[in-house]
Design a protein around this ligand. Structure first.
Ligand SMILES: [Cu+2]
Length: 154
């Protein structure tokens, strides 16, 4: 049984002991990627879990990894084209639930990378939550990760 599976199976007891947690919020399986060595932007993905009794909201994100760091989402425009936009309203993580930052959906966007994202690098990111406050995490660069690998099954 992988650690991830164990964590999901017994989320309430095990996840509190993981390092990347602050109070009710737990960040699971973060990774970052860019589309190539010359890419000037990149993105980070992760699963946000809320073990608390009240909804929380991811309202912002900061990092030294890029000039500008924003919470983004993908949405379809009037012509059916998927476009990224700044998720100004933030992302809700329901009480007792989770919210995925994943490819094709919500993500942390790095614009103007301070350095190329290289396999094995680690990026420090601080997530700002409405209730939980600042949650600092270390995000490994994983250029080899296939999309949707961490799809949840319940
Ligand atoms: Cu984006």
């Amino acid at each position: 049984m992988s650690f991830k599976t164990l964590c999901l199976a017994t989320a309430l007891t095990v996840c509190f002991n993981l390092p990347a947690s602050a109070g009710a919020i737990m960040v699971q399986d973060p990774y970052a990627r860019a589309s190539g060595k010359s890419a000037t932007s990149g993105a980070a993905f992760m699963m946000l879990m809320n073990h608390g009794a009240v909804d929380d909201r991811l309202v912002g994100v900061t990092s030294d990894a890029a000039k500008k760091v924003e919470l983004h989402t993908h949405s379809e425009d009037a012509n059916g084209v998927m476009k990224m936009r700044h998720l100004v309203e933030g992302a809700v993580i329901p009480a007792g639930g989770m919210h995925a930052l994943e490819r094709g959906g919500d993500h942390v966007m790095f614009m103007g990378l301070s350095a190329p994202m290289t396999q094995g690098d680690e990026i420090s990111v601080t997530l700002m939550f409405e209730n939980a406050g600042a949650v600092s995490i270390t995000v490994p660069v994983d250029l080899k990760r296939a999309p949707k690998k961490h799809k949840m099954k319940h």
